[in-house]
Design a protein around this ligand. Sequence first.
Ligand code: UDP
Ligand code: LCN
Length: 801
Amino acid sequence: METEVPNARIPALATFLQEHRSQAHRVLHHIIGLSRPFLLRSDLTDAIDDLCADDPALADTALARALHQCEEAAIDASWIYLALRRRVARWDYLRIHLEAMDLQQVSVGEYLGFKEHLATGGHEDPFGLEIDLAPFYRDQYKLKESSSIGRGVEFLNRRLSSRLFEEIGKGDQRLLSFLRMHSYRGQQLMLNDSIMSVAELRNALRQMLIPLRRRPTHTPYEDVAADLRSHGFEAGWGADVERIRDTMGLLLDILEAPSPRALEEFLGRVPMIFSIAILSPHGWLGQSNVLGRPDTGGQVVYILDQVRALEREMHRRLAEQGIDIEPRVIVLTRLIPEAEGTLCNQRLEPIAGTRNAAILRVPFRNEAGEEMQHWISRFRIWPYLERYALDAERDLLAELGGRPDLIIGNYSDGNLVASLMSQRLNVSQCNIAHALEKTKYLYSDLYWRDNEDRYHFSAQFTADLIAMNTADFIITSTYQEIAGTDDSVGQYESYARFTMPGLFRVVAGVDVYDPKFNIVSPGANEDIYFPYLDAERRLSHLQPEIEELIYGGERPGETRGMLAGRDKPLLFTMARLDRIKNLTGLVDWYGRSPALREQVDLVVVGGHVEAASSGDDEEREQIGIMHHLMGEHGLDGQVRWLGIHLEKQLAGELYRYIADRRGAFVQPALFEAFGLTVIEAMSCGVPTFATCFGGPQEIIEDGISGFHIDPNHGDASAETIAAFFRRCAEEPEYWSRLSDAALGRVEAHYTWRRYAERMMTLARVYGFWKYVTDLERAETRRYLEMLYGLQYRPLAAAMEG
Ligand code: UDP
Ligand code: LCN
């Protein structure tokens, strides 16, 4: 294993503490004076910046530099412990004795132990469970550069293709047996039994290429099928002679000297994926009237668009390889008998816009075997998942007539069920988080007990750890989701080391340098969210409805506020009324900013306007705050609050309506894991202002294809937006420049076409490597099974009782 170079800042810091004791004392004294046991990066940065304002020379000291690298400090009367993040996912833990100014490096376990000590008021458990996956890591398969994170498949191809015929030994023999194992419902594909060795394979390829070269390129497979079969080749090489020659040429190249690119290209063609199961158990997943619950939103939109794109891509690839098989995609979710007027109580629902994909619903059952009748929040579903996994597996196998070729989990619950099912069926597992709750809630790990009744993070984070480690590959929407930025911790990175006092301490939970991570960003449905200038596709019949929504009168129970005039551009936002979406924050900034109020009117589409119509505590609270703000700032003539849920077609046309009137979209969330609305708005050509915390930070290039705003600095955010509109008023082409750049950005990076193409390649490549190497790692699996049995199961069972 390559050892990390020591952090050069540490000796410099030790020297500084000894040689500039009074300066060091002043800084640490100031920090202790904040009187909090735990300080976050922002607290420490503010503290040091305050001190530097008085004493500018301080800025250039080792102590100030170290504190700027510090993600967290934990403090008691004698010690200050620091967690330094020197760069992406590389951490050092230190402690400084507050009197002696003595600096020591400590292990992650000691650091977490100190946090436990503080958080429990000295009642920590010295023999608590410590979870450590590091002994299972295999360093030869780890990335080294942070710039490679999220490009795991490229790394794996490079690393392993060079070894395929060397260290892995017998690589060519394995490749041969891999090619011989493909079949579909009894029909052999690729190779038949007459090719038994690699030498025979080489020979057969050379022999076969001779007659194929003489054939016209567009000769269909059927015309050469008999000849191919007699040489040992079955269907799967290509739909016509040109493609067959090409595929065979690629394999010959690989057998000669495997290059990563040829290997990926070749594997991308092997017919391996005929059916996919997509898991999203917690339910309320359907095609109409289902969005808008606290638990559903982007994930449902994502999955349905994903299915359409994947089915199309599977179909394309099979057709190119000359295989006449209808691919199947099944979305497994929960059947909810009390479906409140939706189709969530229907067992099978075909997915519109696909040839053969469907939602398959299987009910949750309790311990007594009775079906659960009502919707259950995603925070409370843990006791049902194990039984669900078995029931869903049975129904899936019956529906498909066999095993799927890939299982994709969604969110913590889907990923756990995907783990259970993949292992039982021996099928590759892909995880998609959508959002990891751990980073959304401050101290959700350390003070987990305080939130246990409401959120049950004990079960959720245990499930996350298990699923992240069993997955063959994980796809994420952005880089920051994995590893954050220079100054912020990634969502997955936050699972590397953490503690939940009284439950367990994790010293190595997941490694973001693992090549299982791949960034595959979603898109926005191009049939719905298309540019405002695409006049022919515009849904002009929806215009009157939109006019009425925005400028119409009061609609009891559905609206608050009537816009007094029509002369200003519109500032638009749309989200559920969750606290974290921060729509109330935006209304507050708007209310406080005369500059912004002068430039634009505000349209808010979110949730409900009547607290009584919402069944969610958090939403009711937000509704109350919103009414208060409307009154406090006197916004009824300038803000149109629509407490409704917009159907997609209407939402798409509304974004374009906003663009027609040279408006903008705002996504003001305190944190947004990815943010589909951001790419939807941009796909319609609407200049977009979005939170700098989470996915939008990466989606938007600040000042070029949109703007970042800091939800913690509302006044500054309001000013950024007001400045934009002022500049547009003076320089009208400025708006178009931003709009064009937003369109270009989405087209280049966020499309479902690219998504499906990548996903299908990844599924094949990881499937191949799993087969020819021992990437499956029996020892890790055993450890995780124990975690599941001894840790997860009792937590889930306790919730049911
Ligand atoms: N959405 C919608 N109508 C609404 C509110 C939201 O169609 O009234 C859609 C929105 O267009 C987006 C999804 O719900 O596709 C929300 O996804 P996002 O990723 O922005 O946030 P999430 O709700 O998943 O946190
Ligand atoms: C969940 C979220 O919170 C959003 O940020 C994502 O855009 C959505 O899922 C789709 O992945």
